[in-house]
Design a protein around this ligand. Structure first.
Ligand code: ITT
Length: 198
């Protein structure tokens, strides 16, 4: 069975391919397809809506079973923003988007806040029908300054108290053990192994 890991974000591709390395499927990424697929508009109001919508759209377009993910970074002091809009924060790169979130906190007078990452993985059959959805999250504290250069996105901003480092200071394996994506992936992985034969 071929399974399309449908995300345009290279950081997500890297982590998902490692997390699903031993499912009984041949993993393909969007770059492996013979012709490009236009990304669907993420019109959902929740990460779950958008994960389902992306899995369905990419599965239909490719004619392959498809795994898609919608994730977000929720800052408590910003009432959960940027949340489902995490990829649409203004900025040319991750550093600028991190700076934008810090600027929102500074405008409130303090960088102190709890925050969390959320991941929703959706698996669609090649018809586009949703087979399974799995969620994971991880909570931490906003780091006083961005720290670390591993990972991607908002990883430098989220301090993980149990390991005493930000997510961008963890190795990919350490991050996978504790992250939102690792948690969601392990649930999805179990489901795939039960439902998809060799
Ligand atoms: P696809 O829709 O093509 O999968 P995307 O980057 O647009 O790619 P999302 O819509 O799910 O994906 O956006 C989630 C954003 O949240 C993402 O762009 C990152 O900025 C951030 N994010 C997600 N997972 C993260 C992680 O593990 N560490 C840091 N930031 C993360």
């Amino acid at each position: 069975v071929r399974l399309l890991v449908a995300t345009s974000n290279p950081g997500k591709v890297r982590e998902l391919v490692a997390l699903f390395a031993d499912v009984p499927c041949t993993l393909l990424s969007l770059q492996d397809l013979p012709s490009p697929i236009a990304p669907p508009d993420e019109t959902g109001e929740t990460c779950t809506d958008n994960a389902r919508l992306k899995a369905t759209a990419y599965a239909r377009a490719a004619g392959l079973p498809c795994l898609a993910e919608d994730s977000g970074f929720e800052v408590a002091a910003l009432d959960g923003l940027p949340g489902v809009r995490s990829a649409r924060v203004p900025g040319a790169d991750d550093a600028e988007r991190n700076a934008w979130v810090y600027a929102q906190l500074d405008a409130r007078g303090s960088r102190e806040s709890s925050a969390r990452f959320v991941s929703v993985l959706a698996l669609a059959h090649s018809t586009g029908d949703i087979a399974h959805v799995a969620e994971g999250d991880v909570s931490g504290e906003i780091a006083p300054e961005p720290r670390g250069s591993n990972g991607f996105g908002y990883d430098p901003m989220l301090f993980h108290p149990p390991l005493g480092r930000t997510f961008a200071e963890l190795t990919q394996e350490e991050k996978a053990d504790v992250s939102h994506r690792g948690r969601a992936a392990r649930l999805m992985h179990d489901w795939i192994r039960e439902h998809i034969g060799e």
